[in-house]
Design a protein around this ligand. Structure first.
Ligand SMILES: Cc1ncc(COP(=O)(O)O)c(C=O)c1O
Length: 444
């Protein structure tokens, strides 16, 4: 008996020390990403994941729609839940063995309702575009009229672009922004009266001002349209109370979970109680099969994180950083569409520099800054070339960047654009961006 006791104690101690050793090696390697098994079975993919981690660690991420999730979110996304089929809704599934995913999905729904102050939340959409598609499927028939924000003025593909399902199967009219980058609400009303849409979409992929959801409601009411508020970009700011919520005004609210909300890649469709059953049916069986329960668990974890007081501080810092970046760029003589930003993003207007968004986004990549080319209002360039670059601060804020750092980032951006042909200059700027990355280690 005593021998057995000592044997068990010994094996437990061995396990404890080997885990400790593994953790120490892992941390020393500078990585919390455990790729132990992929490395053995599929080294080619393991290598690319490691290189991607290094890329993220060593670049300043200014793509406005990206963020850096917590390890907790990633653990849920990489969990055994990926093995489970769960077509249907919690407690009304087409498969057995769903007792745990039912609990998880209900928690995710409840947290979404609480955070966004909505009656109903379906957390199954695989992405933001699908979250929107559910609304189209529920309240429109092919050929029905929709009024959405034009893609080149800041709207999203799924708001009626001719190359997207929303533009291919529905009759779309669009509104844009004025030279100052503001939505002209009178023009939206005029277009609504002219086209009599069944659905009006507000919310954007590239809009740096506060959106007046109440005004959109009034416009929708004037023409008897449903109102969809797509808050994919600003969701994190909305739940932190830093951007007005569309919940009191919109019939439907959609969001992605991976932008300022800082969760896994995915979408959520929310609505008033009267639309709940219809929206659920549109998602399944209407447009999706089995939900991704591992991602739903990760959404639940992210929503829990967004309920904590630290998240509000984080969201406040996103805006402070965006303002510091915009001011820094303007101090360097650069133009920002609409001037000072009111949220997490801005568009650099390159027209006065004579350079294009496409070329300058590539130059920024060479100095260790990732951003994307974007059209500016009335852009003389094509959408493939553009005269602008969209910049956003959710990811760098997660990393720990503060206002002073954003001023340095602004200087690096401006210097790279002004002296984009100076090879040595670009190398020096790369050193400066690397220094900032090292100041705020990622997943280490
Ligand atoms: C406003 C808006 N809606 C929807 C989407 C689509 O999200 P996803 O890429 O997850 O389909 C985006 C993505 O950028 C977006 O900006």
């Amino acid at each position: 008996m005593e021998v057995l006791f000592y044997l068990i104690l010994l094996s437990n101690l061995k396990l404890f020390f080997s885990r400790l050793l593994y953790d120490i090696i892992d941390v020393k390697r500078g990585s919390r990403m455990n790729l132990e098994h992929i490395k053995k079975t599929d080294p080619v993919i393991a290598e690319q994941i490691e290189l991607e981690l290094k890329r993220q660690q060593e670049t300043i991420e200014l793509i406005a729609s990206e963020n850096i999730t917590s390890l907790a979110v990633m653990e849920a996304a990489g969990s055994v839940l990926t093995n489970k089929y769960a077509e249907g809704k919690p407690h009304k599934r087409f498969y057995n063995g769903c007792e745990h995913v039912d609990v998880i999905e209900e928690i995710a729904q409840k947290r979404a309702c609480e955070l966004f102050q909505v009656d109903h939340a379906n957390v199954q959409p695989h992405s933001g575009a699908q979250a929107n598609m559910a609304v189209f499927m529920y309240c429109l028939k092919p050929g029905d009229k929709v009024l959405g924000m034009d893609l080149s003025n800041g709207g999203h593909l799924s708001h009626g672009s001719p190359v997207n399902f929303s533009g291919l199967y529905f009759d779309v009219a669009s509104y844009g922004v004025d030279e100052e980058g503001n939505i002209d609400y009178d023009d939206v009303l005029k277009k609504a009266k002219e086209h009599k849409p069944k659905l009006i979409i507000c919310g954007a992929s590239n809009y740096s001002k506060i959106i007046d959801f109440k005004r959109f409601r009034e416009i929708a009411d004037e023409v008897g349209a449903y109102l969809l508020a797509d808050i994919a970009h600003i969701a994190g700011l909305v739940v932190a109370g830093l951007h007005p919520s569309p919940a009191p005004y919109a019939d439907f609210v959609t969001t992605t979970t991976h932008k300022s909300l800082r969760g896994p890649r995915g979408g959520i469709t929310m609505c008033r109680e009267e639309h709940a059953m219809g929206i659920d049916k549109a998602i399944f069986p209407g447009m999706q099969g089995g939900p991704l329960e591992h991602i739903i668990a990760a959404k639940a974890v992210a929503l829990h994180e967004a309920m904590q007081p630290e998240f509000k501080t984080y969201a406040e810092q996103i805006i402070k950083n965006a303002k510091a970046l915009a001011q820094g760029l303007m101090d360097e003589g650069m133009d920002i569409v609409g001037g000072m930003t009111e949220n997490h993003l801005m568009t650099l207007d390159l027209r006065r520099t004579g350079k294009t968004g496409k070329d300058m986004a590539n130059v920024l990549e060479r100095v260790g800054i990732t951003a994307n080319k974007n059209t500016v209002p009335n852009d003389p360039q094509s959408p493939f070339v553009t005269s602008g670059i969209r910049l956003g601060t959710p990811a760098v804020t997660t990393r720990g960047f503060k206002e002073d750092d954003m001023v340095e980032v602004a200087k690096i951006i401006a210097s790279a654009i002004y002296a984009s042909d100076n090879e040595q200059g670009l190398k020096n700027l790369r050193e400066r961006s690397l220094k900032l990355c090292k100041k705020y280690p990622l997943y280490q």
